[in-house]
Design a protein around this ligand. Structure first.
Ligand SMILES: Nc1ncnc2c1ncn2[C@@H]1O[C@H](COP(=O)(O)OP(=O)(O)OP(=O)(O)O)[C@@H](O)[C@H]1O
Length: 400
């Protein structure tokens, strides 16, 4: 027996597409990534901020829409205090120190400690207005710090904004498997791909013994990702420097290397790709002695140069060291198109020249070059900032 009534509910045939709000006519955003989590406090805003910094460092024009209306932490992480300017027709986003465009409810409140106690529909409307009324000018990547959870509020945000993909943030204290399943179901319903999974607070690296301690026990994040066919996983440690950077509004000073494993999955669609074309390729040079990282940049035997395409090694070649006159090698490697240089040690003047040219320097690396590049691609290689001083290896590290 058919127990359903024949009256069609209003909106029954309305597709999710119909609910999508239009960007302001003056806005132009190429790729929109939503960052979601099962609950508050797991590091969703941190990952949103670090992804924005990471893409900004790769020369993309980047923005953050803080849709976490009841717990807006983005302005604090970037040290933004002032109010945004706007009128009835349009609002200009605030700019971070490094030039990331940011919109958050905290930039509209009288005091940033004022609580936001509105209910779901009002919150949904504010998120929508951040999308429709703010001028997002020529943005390559917009990262949306979504409201936590998988309930009504994030659902409305998903339905009204044109999101290209989501990144899920979890922490080991959560019921990770359940949270990921819920987020996957929500994304499936919306037909939005899951681009990556970030496990925040995955371990603590002790500065004395250099071991990784799994404070919350072993995680089965890889199994969970495989179950849901999520390819890209990044792990963030519990890191006091991160906590103090968040508290002091200095998130842009934190090197977001840990998130490298998921960066390739953010690539711009071909249809939307314009000036960002090709930036998902990288050229990484490792100062080498045969197959090992050289301790002395200037006097190394040569450079193992890797072409990286979408996170994978596409080509590797060995380029002999053409000579170590001061200032010569950084220019030489720049001409080769190198974006990142990895070495055991390096002199400060060489580091300065690389920095001026926008080439990232990672020092303190040791071991086989193939292991080092693997560590880099998995987000596990950190720069110690090791600088060779004159008295240690005169001339060898391009120190003067
Ligand atoms: N990996 C980490 N190492 C050290 N501190 C961390 C780390 N991740 C997060 N924190 C700390 O936890 C705080 C909360 O993180 P964050 O604001 O990103 O969480 P959230 O999931 O966005 O929470 P909410 O939704 O409540 O805003 C940060 O301000 C930071 O101080």
């Amino acid at each position: 027996m058919d127990t359903s009534c024949n009256v069609k509910r209003e909106n029954e045939n309305q597709t999710i597409e119909d609910l999508k709000a239009e960007l302001h006519p003056k806005s132009n955003v190429k790729k929109v990534i939503g960052i979601v989590s099962g609950k508050g406090g797991v590091g969703k805003s941190l990952v949103t901020s670090m992804l924005a910094v990471s893409m900004k460092n790769k020369d993309y024009k980047t923005a953050i829409l803080d849709a976490d209306i009841t717990g807006p932490s983005i302005p604090k992480m970037f040290g933004l205090k002032g109010h945004v300017v706007g009128n009835e027709q349009e609002i200009k986003p605030a700019k971070s120190k490094e030039g990331i465009d940011i919109m958050s409810i905290n930039l509209l409140l009288e005091k940033d400690t004022d609580p936001v106690i509105w209910r779901g529909p009002i919150i949904g409307n504010i998120v929508k207005q951040f999308w429709t009324d703010v001028i997002w000018e020529d943005i390559d990547y917009m990262f949306i710090d979504m409201p936590p959870g998988t309930g009504d509020v994030p659902l409305t945000a998903f339905q009204s904004l044109d999101i290209d993909g989501i990144v899920i943030v979890t922490s080991p204290q959560e019921l990770v498997s359940m949270i990921v399943s819920k987020a996957v179901t929500m994304a499936d319903k919306m037909n939005i791909p899951i681009l990556g999974l970030v496990e925040n607070m995955a371990y603590f690296k002790c500065s004395k013994c250099d071991n990784e301690h799994k404070i919350f026990g072993e995680s089965d994040i890889k199994k969970i990702a495989a179950k849901h066919n999520i390819q890209s996983i990044a792990r963030l440690p519990i890191e006091p420097k991160i906590a103090s950077a968040c508290d002091n509004g200095e998130i842009e000073t934190i090197d977001p290397l840990w998130l490298n494993p998921i960066i390739p999955s953010l690539k711009l669609d071909k249809s939307k790709q314009t000036k960002g074309d090709g930036k998902m390729t990288q050229k990484i040079a490792i100062a080498s002695e045969k197959d090992f990282v050289s301790g002395h940049f200037g006097h190394c035997e040569g450079f193992s140069i890797y072409d990286i395409k979408e996170g994978e090694i596409d080509k590797k070649e060995f380029v002999p060291n053409p000579g170590h006159k001061p200032g010569f090698l950084p220019n030489f490697l720049n001409e080769q198109g190198v974006n990142i240089i990895i070495s055991g040690g390096m002199g400060q003047s060489a580091i300065n020249i690389f920095n001026e040219k926008g080439i990232q320097v990672i020092t303190g690396a040791t071991g086989n070059v193939n292991d080092v590049i693997k560590d880099y691609l998995e987000g596990n290689l950190r720069s110690t900032g090791s600088v060779c001083r004159k008295h240690q290896h005169a001339g060898e590290c391009e120190n003067h």
